[in-house]
Design a protein around this ligand. Structure first.
Ligand SMILES: [Zn+2]
Ligand SMILES: [Zn+2]
Length: 376
């Protein structure tokens, strides 16, 4: 068996083993979305109409943040066409579900379906992939970030999960807007402006304190929940020359009730094999993957994955390794020497008196680095 296989290759092996219903849309998933919408409106009304102690507002914020995230997971599923097939209805429902997280359906499909799914973990083409050492040497901003001590950076990266989805959405809008047909650019911009205009109107109507608990804090909580998954999806895996989901993706495990609340979003490797299939059937896909390619499949509890993210740097080195550039500490990635239960690194000795760019560039030319890492 080849080192890498495409997602289509795996899907072809598993498809005959799945029931026919697994390839049909599942509109009943919308009941979950309706429940989240009702809870969201109830939360808004309670905060808007009643003057309560901030503690109660805070509790409502947590429920709202959970609903924002749940709706986001459903929005992802809807925009893959696994709930309804008609494109206008798919975009409308997906737009509603992504409304709290302020992401428009057209932009999401371009960014996520067309680019992230097709080019997963391709250092140039995946808009969600993390940078390589080569890129780091070219970016003043990244070099500055990586001068911050590792533990402090890890702490801020963890806290940053509460804003990353929103910031990355805005970055994606700027990045992809030019690629849309001029006629569609207005629609994409409109879909971006509409949620923000609504939330800013809400601010004017209910005032800052209530708005903080009704929207801003839930947005941060929603961001944190969705990013806790998204950050574990691929970031511990290597960059790959072939879009092989078993090599470049990680499925996390969470308690069953969390999977219910989050529409089975934890099954990310399964999702990359069958993005057009309802996540309802992913437990079945997982069973087959684990029977057929157990040695290739990556899976771990969510908490363990987040701790592993905390303990490893986010710069790729020679595709399969992660590097802490300043110290020259080289870590493995999943399938390439990274053991999340016992994270270790190898140190590359650096020459004194060289700045980060020079050091990083020189490190790329160190011929014995490969040998250094082979026995990891
Ligand atoms: Zn993914
Ligand atoms: Zn997807």
């Amino acid at each position: 068996m080849k080192e890498f296989q495409t997602f289509g290759w795996y899907a072809k092996q598993i498809s005959p083993l799945l029931p026919k219903e697994a390839f049909k849309p599942v509109p009943s998933r919308l009941f979950g979305g309706l429940a989240y919408l009702l809870v969201t409106f109830a939360g808004f009304l309670t905060i808007g109409l009643f003057d309560l102690h901030p503690f109660w507002y805070f509790m409502i914020s947590i429920i709202l943040g959970t609903s924002f995230a749940g709706l986001g997971f459903l929005g992802h599923e809807i925009l893959h066409g696994t709930v309804v097939r008609k494109s206008w209805l798919r975009d409308l429902l997906g737009g509603i579900a992504f409304f709290p997280l302020c992401t428009g359906p057209k932009l999401w499909i371009k960014w996520h379906n067309v680019n992230h799914h097709v080019h997963t973990q391709d250092e140039e083409l995946d808009p969600d992939a993390w940078p390589t050492l080569e890129k780091l040497t070219k970016s003043r901003f990244l070099r500055w970030i990586y001068k911050i001590p590792f533990q402090i950076r890890a702490f801020f990266a963890f806290c940053g999960l509460s804003v990353t989805f929103t910031i990355h959405s805005i970055k994606m809008l700027i990045h992809f807007l030019k690629d849309f047909h001029p006629k569609n650019r207005k629609v994409v911009l409109g879909q971006f402006i509409m949620p923000w205009a609504t939330w800013i109107t809400l601010l004017v109507v209910i005032g800052f304190e209530k708005w903080f608990f009704a929207f801003l804090l839930p947005l941060l909580i929603g961001n944190f929940i969705v990013m806790s998954y998204i950050s574990t999806n691929h970031r511990l895996n290597p960059l790959v020359p072939v879009n092989d989901p078993l090599a470049n993706s990680l499925s996390v495990t969470v308690p069953k009730w969390v999977d219910v609340l989050h529409f089975n979003f934890s099954y990310h490797t399964e999702h990359h094999l069958f993005p057009s299939m309802s996540p309802k059937y992913y437990p079945l896909v997982k069973k087959h993957i684990k029977e057929m390619w157990p040695e290739r499949y990556h899976e771990m509890p969510m908490g363990k994955a987040i701790v592993a993210l905390w303990k490893t740097p986010r710069v790729y080195f020679q595709q399969r390794k992660l590097i802490e550039p300043k110290q020259g500490n080289v870590y493995g990635s999943l399938g390439n020497g990274l053991n999340p239960a016992q994270i270790k690194f190898r140190k590359i000795e650096l020459e004194k008196g060289k700045n980060l760019t020079k050091t990083a560039k020189d490190k790329l030319n160190i011929t014995n680095v490969t040998n250094l890492m082979k026995d990891q």
